[in-house]
Design a protein around this ligand. Sequence first.
Ligand SMILES: C[S@@+](CC[C@H](N)C(=O)[O-])C[C@H]1O[C@@H](n2cnc3c(N)ncnc32)[C@H](O)[C@@H]1O
Length: 283
Amino acid sequence: MAKCTVEHLELSRQRGFGKPLFGLVLVKFLGCNSNHRVLDIGCGTGFFTRILARNCGAYIVGMDIDNQLLKAAKSIASEENLIIEFKVGDITQIPELDGSFDIVMSDIMLERFRGSNIGYPKGIEAPIREMKRVCKENGVVACIEPFYRSSFTWDPWATPEENEVLLKYTSVNARWIGAGPTLPSLFQSVGLKEIELITWFWGGIANESNRNRNLDHAVMKLEERLQKTKNLISECSALSEEDKAILFAYWRRKIKYLKQTPEQLLTDMTVNGLQVFITKGRR
Ligand SMILES: C[S@@+](CC[C@H](N)C(=O)[O-])C[C@H]1O[C@@H](n2cnc3c(N)ncnc32)[C@H](O)[C@@H]1O
């Protein structure tokens, strides 16, 4: 698994999670308030930790296994005068007592524990169990994880026939589709209750080139995406040749349309954006 850099984490999170509305939605969903103690485990540079600190006034701890990322996290948070305690810790053995936090969350970091079982990644269960252990009775455990097939689920722009094949393609677990969709069943299997899920969009072509919203760069990304998509569809043995032809035609039509309408291309989320699922459960 590639090592995260400060620049990558800060820039990539900015796309999609940088808007103040996300913070309000997240804090409301978690039910976080100023009396709470909150742990963000695997916090990296603390992008999400800062969102919590800005929006809920709770006592917040950001924890990560990587000391260098924590150093950056401390410095970025102090530039904003945010009070957050950052400390080193491993999600597989969180150095905290049982029931120490009202809310325990992790963002975009569980996938590294999935192991090789694509259909049901049991490896992710142990870290979730550990998050549950340090969460108080009745407290909340929450995880933000991507769903890599979101651009295939349903497209208002596609025909009903195309949408039917899109849906068929999405439901085939021939490849890793992200930890997001697996979380509700994993939460259930570790005994968390009242499981709920919301989604949010992350990325988008315009945001790939977010420094200057450059159209040429966006077209290049679009071509790259088209190639990746062609490969994914070709190797999907669960689709008939006829289904594949329908999907290829849909993509060709969509790409042509996006290239002809730069404004649409720069704001489109379906081509290079992806959905994240935010799942919570009560201990
Ligand atoms: C993809 S980054 C996500 C960082 C941050 N949550 C975010 O979304 O911006 C994954 C993070 O998990 C951390 N990490 C990896 N293994 C860990 C472990 N066993 N315990 C705690 N943190 C870990 C990495 O150091 C890295 O900061």
